[in-house]
Design a binder for this molecule. Structure first.
Ligand code: NAD
Length: 333
């Protein structure tokens, strides 16, 4: 099957080529991001392989379908960027990679927490300048602290195990509680109680219409003063302006982000010689207690291997007419 692979980076190409053995597909590697202007590049392809910041809105899907595309193979777990109703209407099949490595994201979340708490990002710069003073670097023991986990699916459960390993108490909120999370040590409670009690709050739920701006002004006011908020899930789970006000007032004591509401115009590109015209992002970057990474939580060798292998398996299943286990349908909304 001929497949247009959008938003290709060198590492995507390397892992996909390695996985594309046996009944190989014809992979057309394209650097541009998928949008209305670039959709024409998929002409002659039966499938499009897309990543998290590709545009899969109704207009783009319509253009793809008109050009003969029948399958959208996502290289991601999240599918919030796909208009599933339009895909169904156009007869497009959508497949994803549901659980490539929950460890990669959960461990990155822990890395953000440890770095923010012990100010590793600041200490690194100080030592490079031969400044060995400790003032301003005071942290706290994670042991005995309460960590709130919002969303206890694959990543939330893995993260729960990591935090209980540190000796933390883990409170959890999820509309669909999981016994596996309980077994990992999580105690389910209401969202309000979790916000009020937690020293650290980690977001591991998907972005849906219900979770859009889940962390808004009202919920920030419920948080413990000085709490740490970490988002490795999707940017629009938090209202960034409200979070900036929370940082200014001290209600939020630390913020760790791997995702950002408006990341489409920023992340995955080297913009180091450009002026960033996103004033909200620029403001976020000024806080000493904010640590931002550019959507790299998934970026481990194991995760990329799994993403590539599952993507190739999804293409093969579609080609063979099999439903495959990784289809995304309207029932997932
Ligand atoms: P999952 O489907 O296994 O778990 C998601 C959990 O969230 C489920 O238990 C679900 O019941 C719960 N949930 C749904 N609505 C909720 C709500 N309103 N409040 C609280 N919980 C709710 O998914 P996963 O594999 O654990 O991934 C979680 C998210 O992580 C993905 O949706 C994706 O957005 C994000 N992610 C980010 C990266 C990254 O690189 N930063 C990589 C992979 C996944």
């Amino acid at each position: 099957m001929r497949v247009a692979v959008f938003s290709t980076k060198s590492y995507d190409e390397a892992f996909l080529r390695e996985a594309n053995q046996g009944p190989a597909h014809e992979l057309v590697f394209l650097e541009p991001r998928l949008n209305r202007d670039t959709a024409a590049l998929a002409s002659g392809c039966e499938a499009v392989c897309a990543f998290v910041n590709d545009d899969l809105s109704a207009d783009v899907l319509t253009e793809l379908a008109q050009r003969g595309v029948r399958l959208i193979a996502l290289r991601s777990a999240g599918f919030n960027h796909v208009d599933l109703r339009a895909a169904a209407r156009l007869g497009l099949t959508v497949a994803r990679v549901p659980g490539y490595s929950p460890y990669s994201v959960a461990e990155h979340c822990a890395a953000l927490i440890l770095s923010l708490n012990r100010k590793v990002h600041r200490a690194y710069n100080r030592v490079r300048e031969h400044n060995f003073a400790l003032s301003g670097l005071l942290g706290f023991d994670l042991h005995g602290r309460t960590v709130g986990v919002i969303g206890t699916g694959k990543i939330g459960q893995c993260f729960t195990r990591i935090m209980t390993g540190f000796g933390c108490r883990v409170l959890a909120y999820d509309p669909y509680p999981a016994q596996a999370a309980r077994d990992a040590g999580a105690e389910y409670t209401s969202l309000e109680d979790l916000l009020a009690q937690s020293h650290i709050i980690a977001l591991h739920c998907p972005l849906t219409p219900e979770t859009f701006h889940l962390i808004d002004r009202e919920r920030i006011d419920l948080m413990r003063p000085g709490a740490m908020l970490v988002n490795t899930s999707r940017g629009a789970l938090i209202d960034t302006s409200a979070v900036i006000d929370g940082l200014k007032s001290g209600r939020i004591g630390y913020l760790g982000l791997d995702v950002y509401e408006e990341e489409v115009d920023l992340f995955f590109e080297d913009l180091s010689d450009r002026v960033i015209d996103d004033d909200v992002f620029a403001r976020l970057a000024t806080f000493p207690n904010v640590l931002i990474t550019g959507h790299q939580a998934f970026f481990t060798a194991e995760a990329l291997e799994n993403i590539a292998a599952t993507t190739i398996a999804n293409l093969t299943a579609f080609q063979d007419g099999a439903a495959g286990p990784n289809l995304v349908t309207l029932d997932d909304l």
